[in-house]
Write a protein that binds this ligand. Structure first.
Ligand SMILES: [Fe+2]
Ligand SMILES: [Fe+2]
Length: 275
């Protein structure tokens, strides 16, 4: 994994972040019925808690195994979760704009944290990846259907970060694929998609009311997460194929060079320019 590339990515991503116009007039209370407005508030409250609120870090009991791993992985994990904390801050501002408080706990987040803690860091990373893919689609739908300039600007910032997080996971899995000779074939794709649909359904159960109230549909959400997973799988396989091909070329180049350097052989180019 190219650690310096990802460290630069996260550091550069801290620049050019225009703050949403939180003080601009909001007409959401007039546009939505009291019930729809309350569902939007509940949805934002849960995301504020779950998306970087609470323990915004790896919490699996065996996380030290990953954090003490090769390269600058801990630096990357720190930078990744720093962006998640920023999402929580932005969502807190959105709640204040709507005149709503933040919440301190929710059963779905407590259950999610419990599973992450006890099922280990590999499960946690997998669960976080699926959560990022499905919540990326949530923010896209919120961006599309919520007629509020500040919330849309917030979604733009979060979606920019989440696209980077998903690409970071892809790079991580590509690197694991090379190390452990994984191919991410159809059986892997099947279980990945099933788990993604399960993660998406858990999200949709809690947030459906808010998005449907603003005009989204079930079909739109499930199509979006299906496509999001498809893009991730295709990108992962392409990255893995590219990485394997480039390593093969380097090996072939090294081999050709060492054969050319064998005792008694004439190095390529040695006679160039001689008469
Ligand atoms: Fe996030
Ligand atoms: Fe994220």
């Amino acid at each position: 994994m190219n650690f310096s590339h990802w460290i630069n990515h996260f550091r550069n991503n801290q620049n050019y972040r225009p703050e949403p116009a939180w003080e601009s007039p909001s007409t959401l209370r007039k546009q939505l019925s009291p019930r729809q407005f309350a569902m939007l508030v509940r949805s934002l409250q849960q995301f504020q808690l779950g998306d970087g609120g609470g323990p915004a870090y790896l919490i699996a009991r065996d996380r030290a195994g990953v954090l003490s791993g090769s390269g600058s992985i801990k630096v990357l994990v720190d930078l990744w979760f720093k962006e998640e904390e920023e999402h929580s801050r932005l969502l807190g501002c959105a709640l204040r704009r709507l005149g709503a408080p933040e919440i301190q706990s929710h059963w779905s987040f407590s259950l999610f944290c419990g599973l992450r803690k006890w099922l280990g860091v590999q499960f946690e990373l997998y669960a976080l990846l699926l959560t990022e893919i499905v919540s990326h689609q949530y923010y896209k739908l919120l961006r599309r259907h919520c007629d509020d300039v500040a919330i849309r600007a917030m979604c733009d910032l979060i979606n920019r970060d989440e696209a980077g997080h998903i690409a970071f996971h892809r790079a991580r899995l590509t690197s694991e694929g090379i190390r452990h000779r994984r191919h991410y074939g159809w059986l892997w794709e099947l279980q990945f998609r099933l788990r993604g649909l399960a993660a998406g359904t858990v999200l949709w159960v809690n947030h459906r009311g808010a998005l449907i109230g603003m005009g989204a549909t079930d079909r739109e959400f499930y199509r979006a997460i299906w496509r999001g997973m498809g893009r991730f799988i295709a990108g992962l396989r392409a990255d893995l194929a590219w990485e394997r091909a480039s390593r093969r070329l380097i090996r072939q180049g090294d081999q050709a060079q060492s054969e050319g350097d064998e005792p008694g052989s004439v190095p390529r180019g040695a006679c160039e320019g001689k008469t």
